[in-house]
Write a protein that binds this ligand. Structure first.
Ligand code: CO8
Length: 207
């Protein structure tokens, strides 16, 4: 649970402007994060034959190429591309929204191999990571600056890796600055996990 919502709702921000500001092509950034997701999945599945020494040399070169381009948080593109299915980030399992409103969100979720815990089940920590992401879309659609105060997750069945799952989130109740939300992750008719969360709208002037 890392991100802090910004004041401006996504619809008012120009992703193209952000990319151009960062000297990147709009499509190029999408391709890069997609390639990175594929790479992380293959890192997770790599067996003993993989040439890790050569890969490490390449990875160091990538790092050296990016190092001169560090910018402060306000100018970053990672996680800010709401025009892309994954917001242009690789930190969470993939969430492709089908519907996002001020009261609910729904979409397809997919846990790549990178998110494997063991025996075909997604890592238990990756499931609330997905829920926080999906709930965050609903809260952000309301144009609020808010943060997760708690996120309780119940694991009903294993969350399978590498399959399209359905995730739904909704606002249950609003009380002053408090938003009570619930979310559900399912594999067909089988419920994998459920979550109850409280998001609290920040006070004026709160960082
Ligand atoms: C699309 C993008 C997706 C990204 C989504 C990412 C969202 C996130 O992960 S945000 C990052 C993770 N969260 C955090 O770092 C939060 C850290 N905590 C905080 O900042 C503060 O504790 C915060 C903002 C939650 C509440 O602080 P503050 O504004 O001072 O509220 P405070 O006055 O204490 O409480 C307000 C109300 O909430 C209640 N409340 C606050 N925290 C809790 C809690 N953990 N449990 C139950 N109730 C709580 C209080 O009891 C109070 O209720 P009432 O008004 O009825 O008396």
């Amino acid at each position: 649970m890392l991100a802090l919502f910004r004041v401006d709702p996504p619809a008012t921000r120009s992703r193209e402007a952000k990319c151009q500001h960062a000297g990147m092509s709009v499509d190029g950034y999408r391709a890069m994060t997609s390639a990175l997701r594929d790479f992380l999945d293959l890192v997770a599945t790599a067996g003993p034959g993989a040439d890790v020494d050569a890969l490490t040399t390449d990875l160091r070169r990538w790092t050296d190429r990016l190092a001169p381009h560090r910018v402060d948080e306000s100018r970053r593109v990672f996680g800010e591309r709401f025009d892309l299915p994954d917001r242009g980030q690789t930190m969470t399992p993939l969430f492709v929204p089908r519907l996002v409103t001020t009261v609910r969100a729904e979409g397809v979720a997919r846990f790549g191999e990178y998110f494997l815990g063991s025996n075909g089940a997604a890592h238990g920590g990756a499931v609330p990571l997905l829920f926080d992401e999906v709930l965050g879309h609903v809260v952000l659609a309301r144009g609020l600056r808010a943060r997760t105060a708690y996120l309780h997750t119940e694991y009903r069945a294993i969350t399978p890796i590498g399959r399209d799952l359905t995730v739904r989130a909704r606002v249950d109740r609003v009380s002053g600055r408090k938003l009570f939300l619930t979310a559900e992750l399912s594999d067909g008719d089988a419920v994998c996990a459920e979550s109850e969360a409280l998001f609290v709208e920040l006070r004026d002037g709160a960082p």
